[in-house]
Ligand binder design. Structure first.
Ligand code: IPE
Ligand code: IPE
Ligand code: MG
Length: 251
């Protein structure tokens, strides 16, 4: 066990970690390579971080892999990313199963090419019974898209008389989001030195601790994850209360 890993308090682990995996393009360009080379190497980091989370016993890991806005990138990059996605899922599904990891996908799957939808469906089915780490891939996802979908569904329920408008609560809204099965993330990590959320889990991150690092995603490894978790464990999560209240009755 590394010294950083040994310092982690196992009683205070975040249940759910969400990561904006950013910086693949810059990582590649800094090496004089094509952006796709960076995405290709980003897969290594995904593997390492999934393994790291599973080893620690983290319950949920959500990875932002492709946003709805990313569809506007050059076709060559988008197509390369889709092929990489399918290829990676095909190669990794056995490892996921071996490690009892269940795959989930959130996002506008209808936007994905048919072959990618098919591959994903198979992987979701194949890992469906696993009870270990819940691995949530945000693919063709954006929070505003998700909110619009939720509002449409709720409006339909009201219109068709299955729901009264004053029954709409924060919990009800959460049940109509793509993340209804998952607790809110406690820790959100973004790599590569950008300090923004880029349309990721806007509702769910309301009280998440945010952690930003300059490390580019293809260089991000378990040790970097441990650093983020240790930083998280030093924070006082107050949820609007005073520090004294939290110290009297820890959450
Ligand atoms: C993140 O890396 C991966 C995706 C958005 C698909 P980027 O491709 O955004 O890399 P940078 O930010 O341009 O370096
Ligand atoms: C956010 O990264 C989306 C993913 C990591 C999948 P972007 O690189 O697309 O975000 P912006 O454009 O810098 O905000
Ligand atoms: Mg980026």
């Amino acid at each position: 066990m590394s010294s950083l890993e040994a310092k982690i308090d196992r009683q205070k682990l975040p249940r759910h970690i969400a990561i904006i995996m950013d910086g693949n393009g810059r990582w590649a360009q800094e090496k004089g390579q094509d952006r796709l080379y960076g995405h290709f190497h980003g897969v290594e980091s995904v593997r390492d971080i999934v393994e790291g989370c599973a080893e620690l016993g983290i319950g949920y890991l959500t990875l932002y892999a492709f946003s709805t806005e990313n569809w506007d990138r050059p076709a060559k990059e988008v197509n390369g990313l889709m092929e990489l996605l399918v290829d990676t899922i095909r190669k990794e599904v056995e490892t996921l199963n071996r490690n009892n990891i269940k795959l989930h996908v959130i996002g506008d799957r209808a936007m994905l090419p048919d072959y990618a939808q098919q591959e994903l469906k198979e992987a979701l089915d194949m890992t469906g019974v696993n009870t270990g780490l819940q691995l949530v891939m945000a693919l063709s996802y954006s929070s505003r898209w998700e909110m619009v979908e939720a509002v449409k569904k709720i409006a339909r329920e009201v219109q068709e008389g299955r729901l009264q408008s004053d029954e709409i609560s924060q919990e009800l809204i959460a049940r109509y989001l793509c993340t209804s099965e998952f607790p809110d993330p406690e820790l959100m990590i973004r790599t590569s030195g950008e300090y923004r959320i880029s349309n990721f889990l806007l509702y769910q991150l309301a009280y998440a601790e945010l952690y930003f690092t300059d490390v580019r995603w293809p260089d991000f490894r378990k040790e970097n994850l441990y650093e983020a978790i240790l930083d998280y464990q030093q924070r006082e999560r107050r949820f609007g209360k005073t520090s004294a209240q939290i110290q009297e009755a820890p959450l």
